[in-house]
Design a protein around this ligand. Structure first.
Ligand code: SF4
Length: 87
């Protein structure tokens, strides 16, 4: 059931991203903020632009839509999307 939820959430967010200029601007600012945190992190592998903890490609992962915890950190299921909870 979660999978269907995430698929629908992804479609909705992508749709809004391209048709709603306010949402587009807000999300672009968020994505830039996330990648700037990664680029200044000691665990960021500049050569491949991956996180050395989770091995994710950060140019992609930072553009994903996540649920947020109480402190505003992105969550993948119940785990923080950023292993160090920087974003
Ligand atoms: S996801 Fe977190 S731990 Fe990994 S590179 Fe980005 S800021 Fe650093």
């Amino acid at each position: 059931m979660y999978t269907l939820f995430y698929i629908l959430q992804g479609f909705t967010s992508t749709f809004l991203y391209y048709v709603n200029p306010f949402y587009h601007k807000k999300m672009k600012k968020l994505f830039k903020h996330r990648i700037s945190l990664c680029e200044s992190c000691i665990l960021f592998k500049k050569s491949t632009r991956q996180c050395s903890v989770c091995d994710c490609f950060m140019d992609i992962k930072t553009k994903c839509i996540f649920k947020l915890d109480k402190e505003g950190h992105a969550l993948m299921d119940s785990e923080p999307a950023c292993p160090l909870k920087k974003w």
